[in-house]
Design a protein around this ligand. Structure first.
Ligand code: GDP
Length: 289
């Protein structure tokens, strides 16, 4: 599926405009809901977000937690909680998680709600907005929280004018347009992680190189992931290219002239990784652990 958001080209003027729009929206809301990808929590974080939102309350949602490794999720949870970050591991498709999220928002804003009630305000509502890099699951979450299906929620970075609020359970109103943030793409390792997970378009890197790098990473994390899935054996010191060839042969990704079809094997490995067919894999852990 080609998505509108994948076509965003971030350039300095564009980033400034996004920041300005975001600052405007921040004036209207009580809490920021920041989505990260559980497989790449560091790479999927916008470098400037905490400065932009300043002291506004924030809830971090580690999304796609169904694709992150359980142990990895645990390590990240501990790490973030040690930093006093309010964090939840969720799957944006899950209505049950939606209910947990609204509860958590209310709990974080409890004092503020009480304060307003004490001032005699009836039906106190709190306002939230979702922010995150392209493809992290913002639209899915908005749709899931609001109970609507399929509608794409805006295709431009920043936040469009004419704000619409979606009423959620628990007297929460959600801005219907998410804040689309840029990743730290100038960092090679980050760019690679974003490529592996499909957060940036495949064209950014050629697909064969991307898959080769992914194979290399998977070997270093746990070769059994590839061995089990493709029924192969990886010998110690085998090169990533050698492993890619072995996978291609195991899967018959061979052209008529008997040469390996690298495009085919590359697409297959990337696709299976992204869908979680290779298992639940966390690609990066907190620096200190
Ligand atoms: P956006 O660009 O941030 O709005 O991202 P989308 O909501 O369009 O989601 C990008 C892709 O990730 C879609 O294919 C979603 O179905 C998928 N997705 C979103 N959340 C989750 C999740 O928690 N788990 C899994 N497995 N897939 C998800």
């Amino acid at each position: 599926m080609v998505k509108d958001m994948d076509h965003i080209n971030w350039y300095p003027g564009h980033m400034k405009k996004t920041k300005d729009l975001l600052r405007d929206s921040l004036k209207l809301i009580d809490i920021v809901v920041e989505l990260l990808d559980s497989r790449i929590p560091r790479s999927s974080k916008n470098p400037d977000i905490d400065t932009i939102i300043n002291n506004k309350p924030k809830l971090v949602l580690m999304n796609k937690s169904d694709l992150g490794n359980e142990e990895g999720n645990r390590i990240w949870k501990k790490h973030l909680e040690n930093e006093n970050t309010k964090v939840m591991f969720v799957n944006a498709h899950s209505p049950k998680d939606g209910a947990r999220i609204t509860k958590e928002i209310q709990s974080i804003l409890k004092d503020k709600i009480e304060e307003r009630k004490a001032k005699g305000i009836k039906n106190v509502t709190v306002r939230a907005m979702i922010v995150g890099i392209p493809n992290v699951g913002k639209s899915t979450l908005i749709n899931s929280l609001s109970g609507r299906k399929g509608a794409k929620t805006g295709n431009r970075p920043g936040v469009t004018k004419g704000k619409q609020w979606i009423k959620l359970k628990g007297n929460i109103e959600l801005l219907d347009t998410p804040g689309i943030l840029w990743p730290k793409f100038e960092d090679q390792e980050v760019a690679m992680n974003l490529g592996f997970t499909g957060a940036i378009k495949d064209e950014v890197l050629d697909i064969e190189t991307l898959a080769l790098r992914l194979i290399e990473r998977l070997i270093s994390i746990d070769s059994a992931v590839l061995e089990d899935r493709y029924g192969i054996e990886i010998s110690e010191g085998q090169s990533p290219l050698g492993v890619m060839d072995t996978i291609a042969l195991a899967r018959g990704a061979v052209a008529r002239n008997k040469e390996i079809d690298y495009t085919r094997v590359a697409n297959m490995v990337l696709d299976e990784f992204r869908k979680g067919v290779l298992g639940r894999i966390t690609l990066e852990l907190p620096e200190r652990e």
